[in-house]
Design a protein around this ligand. Structure first.
Ligand code: GAP
Length: 483
């Protein structure tokens, strides 16, 4: 995959109503995006597939929808107020701000490209040591030693390295003086931790069990790039699985395999996925792995699976003064459960799905060939499942097509189109990934049959109208993804 493909995917996403820059008429808001008429459908379908796989298909996992605002102490307890920051450095000439580790990582990639593998490995190692020790001076020294220049000004006139907290804050309360500083949550996970006992007691849940939720998260990312890969407002789909201490590694392996299988069920080439084990672990984790996908700009994290020990519940127990424990009938003791977390970014999953689906193909057109652009999305995820197309606008064909549309739209997102030639209409639906086009022609009036055209093979078949629902169901139902 290449940069060229990435450019094509981003412009396709805009041209066909998948993703728009936020506030575009005001020149946009950096690293914030809106999902258009097709994007919102694809995003809803991805969310639904995740929810079904995690909540509906697991008897011991339940859902939650916690608020974005939480008590400020939550973020003190979780470590985000003191520790959720990135090491930043400014170039004094361009006045641009960079993440120090990102500048060094780019240099590592340059060395690797030049075939200097040993130097690249040594630099990466030195950076990891500096990050682990929170040694900001050492990070700056590496930037100077490597003579890393600002990509904008081209100079090496750098400030000191400083830590910048990534949380957005605002004021809550009617009178400015009395208002409390509250944060926009940087992860959905803490809403699960603080509701752990509420759910466990009211749902009579027994360990091991999980709580899943989907929702917005906010991070003041300094370097926001690669389209919807790194955003300031994004959506996470997270699940915290509460287990007995000592069993966490078994569950970690279980969720690692289960989540990879889920990704592969969407049909991408397995060679485009890999696990990346964390060498440098967060202070709360005793194991962590990323699921990475081969984006056009290289392998990048889509999902993290973390063994978070009892860190979060213990912290909230201490800061709130409320016991967050369960009773173990075997040993007759109370304990704080350990947690395995699966955390996937919905926007990254969306980007992965678009990159994976985008194709340009040479196809026959009469006695010549032409290029068609097709989004080969898994049919179950397609924004529009069925396009209903009367061949002409007269002779009662639109009325017949409407009858079919009215019946199918109860179960599936359908689209009725009568403008332009049938070929043009097929191409438009190829470009947004519609798996099935139903054409109603004059024969349909006399024998109650229609033509179904399949997006990927472009094969057409004649079928009775009464069979349509069954045929569509077999192709687009999420049931098939679970078989
Ligand atoms: N609760 C754990 C947690 O938040 P994370 O690795 O920081 O872990 C989890 O985030 C996932 O959220 C990532 O794998 C990624 O898919 C997504 N994510 C994180 N930051 C993001 C951003 N700025 N823009 C889009 N997605 C992001």
């Amino acid at each position: 995959m290449s940069d060229d493909l990435f450019k094509k995917v981003t412009s396709h996403a805009k041209e066909y109503g998948f993703v728009f820059q936020s506030s575009e008429i005001y020149d946009g808001l950096s690293a914030v995006y809106d999902y258009g008429q097709n994007g919102v459908e694809l995003k809803n379908n991805l969310r639904e597939y995740w929810w079904k796989a995690m909540v509906q298909m697991n008897e011991n996992i339940v859902g939650l929808d916690s608020a974005i605002f939480m008590h400020p102490k939550v973020w003190k307890a979780s470590g985000h107020v003191d520790g959720f920051s990135d090491p930043m450095i400014d170039n004094k000439d361009s006045k641009k701000r960079y993440r120090a580790d990102q500048l060094i990582e780019d240099q590592v990639a340059r060395l690797e490209k030049k075939g200097k593998q040993d130097a690249a490995a040594a630099l990466e190692e030195a950076m990891n040591v500096a990050l682990n020790d929170n040694n900001l001076q050492a990070l700056r020294d590496l930037i100077l030693e490597q003579e890393i220049a600002c990509p904008i000004s081209g100079t090496r006139n750098w400030t000191e390295v400083r830590q910048f907290n990534l949380m957005f804050s605002t004021q809550m309360g009617s009178v400015a003086d009395d208002a409390d500083e509250v944060y926009l949550r940087p992860e959905t996970a803490q809403g699960i931790f603080v509701n752990f006992l509420n759910v466990q007691k009211t749902g009579r849940m027994k360990i091991p069990f999980g709580i899943a939720q989907v929702g917005k998260a906010f991070r003041n990312e300094i370097i926001a790039r690669q389209f919807i890969m790194r955003m300031r407002e994004f959506e996470q789909m997270e699940m915290q699985f509460f287990v007995k201490p000592g069993t966490e590694m078994e569950w970690f392996e279980h969720w690692k395999e289960t989540r990879m299988k889920w990704h592969l069920s969407l049909g991408a080439d397995p060679a485009n996925y890999r696990f990346h084990e964390h060498v440098k672990l967060a202070h709360y984790a005793n194991a962590a792995v990323d699921i990475e996908f081969n984006f056009p700009f290289g392998f990048k994290e889509v999902e993290g699976i973390h063994s978070r020990t009892d860190f979060d519940l213990k912290q909230h127990q201490e800061f709130s003064g409320k016991k967050l424990q369960v009773f173990d009938t075997e040993s007759n003791t109370n304990y704080i459960p350990y947690v395995i977390e699966t955390s996937i970014g919905l926007d990254r999953l969306f980007l992965l799905t678009m990159c994976n689906a985008y194709r340009e193909e040479e196809v026959p057109a009469g006695d010549k060939t032409e290029t068609r652009t097709v989004l080969a999305l898994p049919p179950q995820l397609a924004p529009i499942k069925v396009a209903v197309l009367p061949l002409t606008k007269k002779d009662g064909l639109p009325e017949k097509a409407r009858e079919i549309m009215n019946n199918l739209m109860i179960s599936y997102r359908c689209h009725f189109e009568e403008k332009d030639t049938i070929g043009k209409r097929y191409r438009r639906h190829d470009a947004i990934g519609t798996p099935l086009c139903i054409t109603v022609d004059h024969e349909s009036l006399s024998d109650n049959t229609v033509t179904i055209r399949h997006r990927d093979s472009m094969q057409q078949e004649r079928v009775p109208i009464e069979k349509l629902e069954e045929i569509v169901e077999n192709i687009v139902s999420m049931k098939s993804l679970f078989k």
